[in-house]
Design a protein. Structure first.
Length: 260
């Protein structure tokens, strides 16, 4: 019998919490979230908190993810932190988040190199993709998803694609956007099919069936269950609600209830 698919609940704390605050918050979460075989909880604090939290966490309970890093391993890159420098602290790396794409002008090539760097350093990249409000309005959702997948994965071989997680995060649904509105489950179900269809073309059908696809964008304790019920959605990437212990713990409990 094959083991059941895991559900991923990933907390993106973005640029919040000092290392001290992050440590206190982790402590609160660890008192309330018990380890689970089927639900993998991943926390993505700021880079500066990765090392201290890596010493504090129980890795059976939580894993850590980097929010950002530079794709070269070492060298004269003032101000940057490489994935080779942080790989001892984390198991996952978020790549291509829309705030990196649109606030920091990260290019498709940067994103492809980061995905490759994460794999080279034995981390699981969580590749975020999703259309903007304008792309959706213009009927370009499918084209946007196709091109972000093609470009973001162009360095990833057939052998390595099973190491990648995809997070579908429509930019218009992310709470940091001024006019954010929550995505409907039907929008997400449609995108999930588009993603698997394109992965099948880039790799093969089995890969498309196997790859993990998460949803992110304005998820809260009230909506998490509905999103987790969408067939083919393997978990959630959570920003705002992950900063509130009650909300985040409730989301983890919901995921555990659905994947026993
Ligand atoms: P949000 O953020 O849950 O606050 O919308 C999600 C994300 O940016 O990954």
């Amino acid at each position: 019998m094959t083991s059941p698919r895991k559900t991923y609940i990933i907390a993106n704390w973005k640029m919040n919490f000092t290392p001290g605050e992050a440590s206190l918050y982790l402590n609160r979460l660890s008192n309330r979230i018990s380890p689970s075989r089927n639900v993998q909880v991943v926390l993505a604090p700021s880079t500066v908190a990765l090392q201290p939290l890596s010493l504090q966490i129980n890795r059976r309970q939580f894993k850590l993810a980097a929010q950002n890093f530079y794709w070269r391993d070492y060298g004269a890159y003032t101000g940057e932190t490489s994935v080779a420098q942080i790989r001892g602290f984390v198991d996952y790396a978020i790549v291509g988040h829309s705030e990196r794409r649109y606030v920091f002008n990260e290019s498709e090539e940067d994103i492809a190199q980061k995905v490759a760097a994460a794999i080279r350093n034995n981390l699981t990249p969580i590749l975020c993709i999703g259309e903007t409000a304008l792309e959706r309005k213009d009927g370009e959702t499918k084209a946007a998803i196709y091109s972000q997948l093609t470009n973001g994965l162009h360095e990833v071989s057939k052998e390595d694609i099973s190491k990648v997680i995809i997070a579908y995060e429509p930019v218009w649904a992310i709470s940091s956007n001024k006019n954010a509105k929550p995505a409907k489950p039907s929008d997400i179900a449609e995108a999930e099919l588009i993603i698997r269809e394109h992965i099948a073309k880039l790799y093969n059908k089995q890969t498309a069936e196997d790859i993990y696809i998460l949803y992110g964008g304005s998820v809260n304790a009230d909506t998490a269950g509905g999103y987790l019920d969408i067939p083919g959605i393997d978990g959630l990437l959570i920003g705002g609600a992950s900063l509130i212990a009650d909300s985040f713990c409730a989301i983890v409990e919901t995921a555990k209830g659905k994947n026993k």
